[in-house]
Design a protein around this ligand. Structure first.
Ligand code: FAD
Length: 238
């Protein structure tokens, strides 16, 4: 996988300050406050364009789920995929052998179909989800925070997590005051919404509470204040 930054908004922090002043006549609000308090609409003025080479079609489908972004992918309808490269998960030697055989069998089928005069757009259906693709992805800083928060999570697929990590490093280099304040959703929000789905390998277990742990106390409080309110109303009605 190769992730390169093609373009990024220059001097984005002053652009964000201009947006804050226009919106609220506040002389200055720190970028840290904007990130921490999630006043994030002004971060939409900062845009990144990445070239992402060598991710699987499966991973590119996950990336496409992030709708607040612009996506361009290598076309299997028009491009020759005879020499396609492919993603390999970390597997045992036996499993890897079966995996590679399946990929090579798909390649053989693809080549045979092309040789028979089948068009690329029809032959491509035999290509595996592991086939590497090339992607151009343009996304604003607010949407990137959402993407990174979801995909740096230990529950994200390993390939997607690797992609998110590479993107995160670039973002931290370019705009450290924004991106060094965020990570997976637990860190970004200060509470982990994964609840029971949080795996034991999560590095933030014991540091960041789950949402259900936080909510149990909050809901108790809410219930008793609602009860107090209705008792008071009944008294007043009588
Ligand atoms: C660990 C993990 C497992 C997943 N498993 C699955 C799965 O099994 N199946 C599956 O289909 N997907 C799965 N996803 C993908 C997930 O459901 C989201 O589609 C994906 O992460 C994109 O997130 P998003 O909608 O927040 O991003 P974006 O599409 O970029 O949207 C950003 C934000 O804009 C708002 N928004 C965007 N569109 C709408 C809309 N139409 N209506 C209202 N608000 C909107 C929301 O607030 C959203 O958070 C998984 C994701 C993760 C991280």
């Amino acid at each position: 996988m190769e992730v390169r930054l093609l373009r990024v908004t220059a001097d984005g922090e002053s652009l964000v300050s201009d947006a804050v002043r226009t919106s609220s006549e506040i002389a200055a609000m720190s970028i840290e406050t904007i990130v921490d308090n999630d006043y994030s609409s002004v971060l939409e003025h900062i845009c990144f364009t990445f070239s992402i080479k060598g991710i699987s079609v499966a991973c590119s489908r996950e990336l496409l789920e992030h709708r607040i972004a612009s996506h361009t992918a290598r076309s299997t309808r028009y491009c020759d995929e005879t020499d396609f490269r492919f993603y390999e998960p970390s597997l045992s030697a036996d499993a890897l052998r079966i995996y590679r055989e399946a990929i090579e069998s798909a390649r053989k089928a693809y080549v045979s179909l092309i040789e028979l005069g089948v068009s690329r757009e029809e032959a491509r259906y035999v290509l595996p989800l592991a086939t590497h693709t090339h992607y151009i992805w343009t996304v604003n800083a607010r949407s990137l925070i959402n993407f990174l928060s979801l995909r740096l999570c230990i529950r994200a697929s390993p390939e997607m997590r690797e992609l998110a990590l590479q993107i995160y490093k670039i973002c931290c280099e370019k705009y450290p005051r924004i991106f060094k304040r965020i990570y997976c959703r637990g860190v970004t929000l200060g509470v982990c919404p994964e609840n029971n789905a949080r795996p034991k390998e999560c590095p933030f277990r014991g540091i960041i509470k789950t949402k259900s742990e936080m909510m149990s106390g909050i809901l108790e409080n809410l219930k008793s204040s609602q009860n107090e309110g209705s008792e008071q109303n009944e008294g007043e009605d009588g």
